[in-house]
Design a protein around this ligand. Structure first.
Ligand code: ZN
Length: 259
C-alpha cells in the first residue's frame, strides 16, 4: 500500500532513487513519527507526510513532518549539529540504502543515567523485541544478538561499576536535544546508522547535560527479555546489574555527535 509520503526532487537527489523508492512503497516509511516542525505526532499511513532531510557540510539526517506544516525539502544546518553523522547518505560511493534505517522495528532503546565511578553517566540500553538471527541465515542458529555485538567490538560486562571501553568508529547522534541514531562504521568509510529513530527520542535535560559534559554515551545491550521496560532509573540499574550477573550484558562507550 503506498503511503502518503512526499519526497521532493531535492530530497530524492540527496538520498538517491533507491532509498526514495523504498520510502514511497513503505518499506522504510516511518509510520507514526513526531513532526519535525510542530513536534506533535503524525502518521504517514493517515495523513500526507513530508520527508525532510537535514544536511550539514558532509552529513545528513532524514526526518518527517506533516505536509500541512512544511513541504518536503532539504534543510541545511550547522555541521556541528550533525557532526560525524551518516556521511553515506550524501553521495559516498559506499552508500547502502538499507543502512539508512536498519532494524528499527526490532531494537528498543531506553535512555537513563547510570552511576559509575561516582559520576552519573548518560546511558542507552538496547534490547531487541525478539531474537536476532545472523544476517543471511534462517534464524535456526538461535538468538545471535550478543555474539554479533561481541564481534563488532562490544565488551562483556560483568561489573557495572567499571566504564566500558571506547568502540572505535561508533557514535551516538543527538540533534536539538533528541536522540536520532546510533552510528557504526560504514563498509567504505564514514558511518551508517546501526539504529535510527522512527521519531527522534526525547531525552531528559539531565541526560542531555551529562552527555554534553562527558561528550560520550555508554551503550549497553542485552538480548530480548533481559532488561524490559523499566519506568525508573533505579529499576533500570537493577535490571542492568541482573543482566550483568547473568552474563548477558555487553557494553561500549561511544562519543557523542551533535548536541
Ligand atoms: Zn506538524
Amino acid at each position: 500500500m503506498p503511503r502518503m509520503l512526499d519526497v521532493s526532487e531535492d530530497v530524492r537527489a540527496e538520498i538517491g532513487d533507491a532509498e526514495a523508492d523504498r520510502l514511497l512503497v513503505g518499506d522504510s516509511a516511518p509510520g507514526s513519527y513526531d513532526c519535525t516542525s510542530c513536534r506533535t505526532p503524525g502518521d504517514s499511513d493517515q495523513e500526507r507526510t513530508s520527508t525532510v532531510l537535514f544536511v550539514g557540510d558532509e552529513t545528513a539526517v532524514l526526518a518527517f513532518a506533516h505536509a500541512t506544516c512544511i513541504p518536503s525539502q532539504v534543510v541545511n544546518v550547522a555541521e556541528d549539529q550533525l557532526k560525524g553523522a551518516m556521511r553515506s547518505i550524501t553521495g559516498d560511493e559506499s552508500q547502502t540504502p538499507e543502512g539508512l534505517m536498519p532494524e528499527q522495528a526490532v531494537l528498543g532503546i531506553t535512555s537513563g543515567l547510570v552511576l559509575i565511578e561516582d559520576d552519573l553517566r548518560p546511558a542507552l540500553v538496547v534490547e531487541p523485541t525478539g531474537p536476532i538471527a545472523r544476517p543471511g541465515t534462517d534464524g535456526r542458529g538461535g538468538d545471535q544478538f550478543l555474539q554479533l555485538l561481541l564481534e563488532q567490538g562490544f565488551q562483556p560486562t560483568q561489573d557495572l561499576n567499571r566504564l566500558p571501553g571506547v568502540l572505535p568508529g561508533w557514535s551516538v547522534l543527538l540533534a536539538a536535544g533528541r536522540l536520532h541514531a546510533v552510528l557504526q562504521p560504514g563498509p567504505g568509510g564514514g558511518q551508517v546508522a546501526w539504529w535510527q529513530a522512527h521519531q527522534p527520542l526525547q531525552v531528559t535535560e539531565g541526560w542531555r547535560t551529562a552527555a554534553n559534559k562527558s561528550q560520550s554515551v555508554l551503550v549497553f545491550a542485552a538480548p530480548v527479555g533481559s532488561i524490559g521496560q523499566q519506568p525508573r532509573e533505579d529499576l533500570l540499574r537493577d535490571a542492568l546489574d541482573k543482566a550483568a550477573a547473568n552474563a548477558v550484558l555487553v557494553a561500549a562507550t561511544m562519543p557523542l555527535a551533535g548536541t
